[in-house]
Design a protein around this ligand. Structure first.
Ligand SMILES: C[S@@+](CC[C@H](N)C(=O)[O-])C[C@H]1O[C@@H](n2cnc3c(N)ncnc32)[C@H](O)[C@@H]1O
Length: 233
């Protein structure tokens, strides 16, 4: 079988960049297993578990592993979240392309992630504010967060590490995380998108007569706008 080089789209590529060189990787919800296979081909990881809860995606994962000829490094495994993964099998854990709430529940069921040696690379498709809030309230620090454009959509990718310092984030902190809108134009664009969607929600609340909720949202919008133009958290 001929070896095929696997290009990653910008979203998965940013996840891949946050993976530490030489680490043991677990890719949870791997689907086609593009991420672990590309990293194995690049010689960046020592091993990878490509995990998925569903058989069909895992079969595509196995096809990719075979096509790329990286079966010595990447193993496919049927697993609900990290249930079938033991702590000594991974240093870095990628959970990408899932809803923020599902990512929270996967982390919650694996308390062994709460040591600073483990790195979580998380890419929520929805409810990123719920995920950030969960991380802060459970002693994780968001060490790095960056927005990325893929297929004309904006995504956020975060690197979270356990520090043991538990905090109740403000609404603003949950919305902006560790994005750096003054340093990175894409982070600013991502937050502008957040602001626009909150404005639509606020209009809906106003039309529906829930003026107190609309006012609260309006304050949050102003706070995010200030932050993206130079304000402090
Ligand atoms: C949209 S795909 C994302 C694929 C890839 N991670 C990416 O970001 O391009 C989501 C995958 O997560 C899998 N999945 C959903 N819930 C899961 C769970 N609890 N544990 C493991 N995999 C799960 C689905 O079967 C699906 O293959």
């Amino acid at each position: 079988m001929s070896k095929q080089n696997l290009p990653l789209d910008p979203r998965l590529n940013l996840c891949a960049e946050m993976v530490r060189a030489g680490c043991k990787l677990a890719d949870i919800g791997t689907d086609h297993a593009y991420l672990p296979c590309a990293l194995a081909q690049a010689g960046k990881i020592s091993s990878a578990l490509a995990c998925d809860i569903n058989k069909k995606p895992l079969e595509s994962g196995v096809e990719t592993i075979n096509r790329c000829d990286v079966g010595d490094i990447v193993k496919a495994r049927l697993s609900n979240g990290l249930e079938q993964v033991s702590p000594d099998e991974c240093d870095d854990i990628v959970i990408a392309g899932m809803g923020g709430e599902l990512i929270c529940s996967i982390i919650e069921k694996a308390p062994w992630l709460k040591i600073e040696e483990k790195h979580l690379i998380l890419q929520p498709m929805t409810r990123s504010e719920t995920l950030r809030s969960y991380l802060y309230q459970n002693g994780f620090e968001i060490k790095l967060e960056q927005a990325v454009e893929s297929d004309r959509r904006l995504y956020t990718v975060m690197l979270a590490v356990y520090s043991g310092s538990v905090k109740n984030p403000t609404e603003l902190e949950s919305r902006v995380g560790a994005l750096k809108p003054l340093q990175r134009p894409l982070d600013k664009q991502y937050l502008d998108k957040v602001i626009n969607s909150l404005k639509k929600k606020q209009e809906g609340l106003t039309l529906g007569g829930d003026l107190s909720a609309a006012k609260k949202l309006s304050c949050l919008i102003t706070e995010i706008e200030k932050y993206t133009t130079g304000g402090q958290l």
